[in-house]
Every structure is written in C-alpha cells, then in structure tokens.
Design a protein around this ligand. Structure first.
Ligand code: GLU
Length: 294
C-alpha cells in the first residue's frame, strides 16, 4: 500500500519582503485547504532570483507564519538548494527536442508573445542568451477549484517561454513544476495573479511526464490605488500585535463568516474555527464579464 498523502499543499513565498495582507490571504487559504482535509502543508522559499531577495525577508516571513499559527509540515525547502533538479530537467528537455537555446531578448517579443525566431536554430551572429520551452500547438484546459473551467492557448498568448534566463537563473515556471512534483504536491492553492502561468505549468508537467495537481487561485488583494499589493510596497498588517484580527480579516476577504466574537482571539482558536468551517465554494471569484472580483 502506498503511503502517499491524499492531500499535500504548500506555500511558496519569494523572500522579496515581509508578507503583506495579500500573501497572508494566499497562505491562509492554502493552509486551510490542507488542514480541513487532514492534509499536509509544506513551505518552500522561492529564492532563485538573487536580484529580488531582501535581507531578513525570509526570517520575517517565517516569523509572520509562526505568529499566525500557520505551522508547516515536512522540511522547509529553498529553491537555491535544488538547482541540480532544474539542470537535469533542462538537459532532458534539450535532449528530447522540447527546449532550445535562444538568442533573443524582450525586445524581440511581439505583443508579449515570442515569435519563435530561434525555434529551428540560432540565426547567424546571435549568441545564446536563454533557453526556451517549445510550446505545442493547441489549447490547454484545466478546472480551477475557485474559477471553474479555463482554457488558454499558450502558443498564441505567450509562445515558447523561457525556462533558463539570460542572467543564468532558472525561471520560476520550470522550478515550480519540478518542486511541486518532486515533493508530491497534490493540490496547489495560490494567488490569482499566477493563474496565467498555470497552463504553462501543465504543459511542462506533460513534457516531463509529471502529474498535474489540482489548482485553486484565490482572489488578489488590491491596494487603495487598485493595484495588486506587492511585498516591497504594501504596509505590513499588525501580525505581531494582533494576529487574530489579521486572520479574521483574511477569512472575511475569502468570503468565510468567522463569528465576531473570534475577532482578536488567539490564532489557534480562529484557525480551529476556520478549519472546521472552511468552505471553498463561497470564495469570491472573478466575474469573467466585468473582470472584477465580487
Ligand atoms: N513565489 C511566488 C510568489 O511569492 C508564488 C509561487 C507559487 O505559489 O506557485 O508570488
């Protein structure tokens, strides 16, 4: 009998700054999705892009999760320690003709889509800058547990995408797909800002013979200016002084109805209520017609 978990999820922050309210919402949703199913919840630090790292961000993130009572299972992983897996996958894709070296830069994209200039070899005089995944023709359809069925034609929206960058770093898309599969993730819950990436991840999973987990993309928290909060800009919520209220607010944002009496309660009490009453069906979803969360 296999001892594979029936549910294993994760939170995968980039240590580019302290967690803001939007990243706490995503962490809480993935924690609750796991705990409400008696599943595991792992933590992975996505520290590949050294340019984006901020000193102390990792310790601040861990401290915030601990204050909120969002405890994780398994070993904490750091992507910077897993380069050997990414390199092996890149070599396999190259061997199988599913990836190729590319000499183009952003300036060569046409309306955000790579036109395939280096698909059948580098043009004369171009040097290798990056490596791209060869995207097959056709649409990718998947069911998002919050948004429902989504279909994207990757070949026409982004085209062949970078899996190892010109600056030498492995791209997020390759690393996330390998880590989720190698760590046995069954269910991914993350912010909807990443929803456009999911079809690319599914294509990479298929090319590498890896299983596709289920996906749920939680609504993005917008700042007063109507833009997504970012780790280095957003004001940090009062996690240290009042973690119960932060959890209460995050639950309300996710459409849950925590009792008012739990506001400011100890995190363990708020989380016990939330694990018991977690309901993915009431999470606000994007209205495709108006492109607004409601
Ligand atoms: N590292 C990404 C972020 O901090 C999340 C990646 C993921 O959950 O797949 O936004």
């Amino acid at each position: 009998m296999s001892d594979a978990p029936t549910y294993r999820g994760r939170f995968a922050p980039t240590p580019s700054g302290p967690l803001h309210f939007g990243s706490i919402v995503a962490a809480l949703a993935s924690w609750l999705a796991a705990r409400s199913r008696n599943g595991q919840w792992w933590l992975r630090i996505e520290d590949l892009d050294r340019q984006r790292l901020r000193p102390d961000a990792e310790s601040s993130i861990l401290n915030t999760l601990e204050h909120l009572g969002l405890h994780w299972d398994g070993p904490m992983l750091r992507q910077s320690e897993r380069l050997v897996h990414y390199q092996a996958a890149l070599e396999r894709l190259l061997r199988e003709g599913l990836a190729y070296p590319c000499g183009c830069s952003r300036a060569d994209l046409v309306e955000g889509c790579y036109p395939g200039t280096c698909r059948s070899g580098l043009p004369e005089g171009r040097q290798i800058r990056s490596w791209r995944f060869r995207v097959p023709d056709g649409e990718v359809t998947f069911i998002d547990r919050i948004r429902g069925e989504l279909t994207i034609d990757v070949a026409h929206s982004s085209g062949d995408f970078v899996i190892k960058r010109a600056d030498g770093y492995f791209a997020y898309h390759l690393a996330v797909v390998l880590d989720d599969a190698l760590c046995g993730m069954t269910d991914i819950v993350r912010g909807a800002d990443l929803i456009d990436s999911t079809p690319r991840h599914i294509l990479l999973q298929q090319a590498l013979g890896l299983p596709t987990p289920t996906y749920a993309h939680t609504p993005v928290v917008l700042g007063d200016d109507g833009r997504k909060l970012s780790k280095h800009l957003g004001a940090p919520p009062p996690v240290l002084s009042d973690p119960g209220t932060v959890l209460h607010d995050a639950l309300s944002f996710l459409g849950q109805r925590p009792p008012a009496a739990l506001r400011s309660a100890a995190p363990a009490r708020v989380l016990a209520w939330a694990s018991e009453n977690w309901d993915e069906a009431v999470i606000p979803r994007l209205d495709q017609a108006s492109e607004r969360w409601h």
